[in-house]
Design a protein around this ligand. Structure first.
Ligand SMILES: *Cc1c(COP(=O)(O)O)cnc(C)c1O
Length: 429
């Protein structure tokens, strides 16, 4: 074979060690651990960024696939055979001219994470976490989930051939439970919220050796989510927008992107300019927004949490201090939206932009409108709204405008009936 035809070698991961984000203790990356063994807080993966910078250059990226492994130098899986993929990442960054006009923003972009396998950005994090747990010898992976994380974990576990256990609140939407089961996962239904499910998983981890993939209770999910930050910068020509709006529950999305920005700067890919990090929570469950407003570094648990946006139904987050720090350091803010505003955001994205988005994403769209209206977001701030999941499992929320027509008995009659319909209103804000 001609030397020129040799396929490019697999990129090498520059993973070097783990570091506690709270007390700074270092751990080797070669052992499968969850949280800091000194203080119990969140561990972060650290890389030899100087070495990664030599191989992960804009030019070197040109020929690579658009999956999360495009950025393999700064991802934790060393052996390419463990780089599981279902085509996660590489999601469209779309201009939203209609919504932009509606909100009063000169340039509004939507990052369509609903295009990921299993329909949400959870695919990115669980792809990385399951792959790394598999590489390090985990026998069973387990996690609590309000829906999307469980489905994504179950899919990647199926791909790896690993058994998976998913603990879900009993009221999780049926299609999400069924999808987990379809991928072969064991589904445990718990009477309670996501943190009650977390206790069931931690008990199984302690007594049965399950590897716990809970949000920020192992260091690698956030690494997969970090690729949203790399991808966003690459799609914008290696720069970042003025503001990012992200619907936040456990916080790995924000924590992951914030970490990506620091790594990209250290690698010389971007400047020190950061977007304002804006989180959105539901009025019925807003522990991080409350802590931000009160000037606290930690959030207290939100009692009687209620929201139909499952991804935001997180009453307490272990990574609260990381999220609050990112908001403050970037001059961002935290905003809450009502159920009616969430639905309105979903409807506006569907009717105005042709995108069927999840309730969490509807919350983020609504937040952009609300922040612009209050002046917290200026018209000339280039804004990226993360639409974190697809609306396909929530189509029941779109039922509206039903016009019942008489039953035609011929094509001519059908055409005559259609002629009687009123003209559609123009989409003009
Ligand atoms: C999990 C989830 C969120 C919240 O993301 P975090 O990283 O936990 O803050 C938002 N939207 C959707 C669709 C989700 O599944």
């Amino acid at each position: 074979m001609n030397a020129l035809m040799t396929p490019p070698p697999h990129p090498r991961s520059a993973l070097s060690h783990l570091e506690c984000t709270a007390c700074g203790t270092l751990f080797p990356a070669s052992v499968l651990i969850g949280t800091c063994q000194q203080c119990g807080k969140v561990l972060a993966a650290r890389y030899d960024l100087a070495s990664a910078a030599r191989e992960l250059t804009p030019a070197m990226l040109a020929g690579r696939d658009w999956t999360i492994w495009r950025y393999a130098e700064v991802l934790p899986v060393l052996d390419p055979r463990f780089r599981l993929s279902l085509g996660e990442g590489g999601t469209p960054l779309r201009e939203a001219p209609w919504l932009g006009r509606y909100a009063g923003l000169d340039r509004l972009l939507l990052k369509d994470e609903g295009c990921n396998p299993t329909g949400s950005f959870k695919a990115r994090g669980l792809c990385a976490a399951v792959a790394r747990a598999w590489e390090l010898g985990a026998r069973v992976v387990a996690l609590p989930s309000a829906g999307n994380a469980g489905v994504a974990a179950a899919a990647y576990a199926a791909r790896a051939g690993l058994p998976a256990v998913v603990a879900m609140p009993r009221d999780t939407p049926e299609p999400l439970k069924a999808a987990c089961q379809g991928f072969g996962a064991v589904v445990l239904l718990v009477d309670g919220l996501i943190d009650d499910c977390g206790r069931v998983i931690r008990a199984g981890a302690a007594t049965r050796g399950w590897f716990d993939l809970s949000t920020l209770r192992e260091p690698y999910r956030v690494e997969g989510k970090k690729t949203m930050g790399f991808e966003l910068a690459e799609q914008l020509g290696w720069r970042l927008p003025d503001a990012i709006i992200f619907p936040t529950g456990g916080g790995t999305g924000i924590a992951g992107m914030w970490k990506a920005f620091a790594e990209m700067e250290a690698m010389g890919l971007i400047t020190a300019k950061r977007p304002r990090m804006i989180i959105v929570q539901a009025e019925g469950c807003a522990p991080l927004a409350r802590a931000y407003r009160e000037g606290l570094n930690h959030a207290t648990r939100w009692e009687n949490a209620q929201t139909g946006a499952a991804g935001l139904h997180v009453p307490a987050a272990i990574g609260d201090y990381l999220i609050l720090a990112a908001i403050r350091a970037s001059g961002g803010t935290a905003v809450t939206v009502s159920k009616a505003e969430i639905l309105e955001g979903m409807h506006l994205a569907a009717k105005g932009e042709g995108m069927l988005i999840s309730p969490e994403s509807g919350a983020a769209v609504a937040a952009a409108i609300k922040l612009r209206a209050s002046g917290a977001l200026a018209a000339d701030e280039e804004t990226v709204v993360f639409c974190t999941g697809s609306g396909l499992t929530h189509t029941n929320l779109f039922a509206a405008d039903e016009t019942v027509l008489p039953r035609p008995t011929s094509d001519e009659e059908a055409r005559a009936i259609v002629q009687t319909l009123p003209a559609l209103p123009p989409f003009d804000a």
